[in-house]
Design a protein around this ligand. Structure first.
Ligand code: ZN
Length: 103
């Protein structure tokens, strides 16, 4: 399966002996036991953590965050957005449809 740009990419933590911890993204299948430190380029061991799937700025995470936020902080609107189709609007122009029974 091709990797999509907005897919959730796991974030792993590594720790350099001199510089301290840093994060790198790898797919779950290719995560190495050690990675080069971005500051001093020495070998840094991967910390024992779970893949942090909820971090990063993917489209999927933004959608999940806004969905969770709308449950606790719903956006209040005063009416339908401009140009929105309403229920009272005629949906057909066929004159025969006027003879159909109404609820
Ligand atoms: Zn380092």
């Amino acid at each position: 399966m091709p990797r999509r740009k907005d897919a959730v990419i796991p974030l792993y933590q590594f720790r350099c002996a001199q510089c301290g911890p840093f994060d790198r993204t790898y797919s779950m299948a290719t995560v190495p036991d050690s990675s080069a430190c971005p500051a001093c380029a020495s070998d840094a061991r991967r910390q024992i953590t779970g893949p942090r799937l909820g971090h990063g700025s993917s489209t999927q995470m933004r959608l999940l965050d806004s969905t969770a936020r709308s449950a606790s902080e719903p956006a209040v609107v005063s009416g339908p957005r401009p140009g929105a189709r309403t229920a009272v609007q005629n949906v057909t122009t066929n004159p025969l449809h006027r003879k159909l029974p109404r609820p």
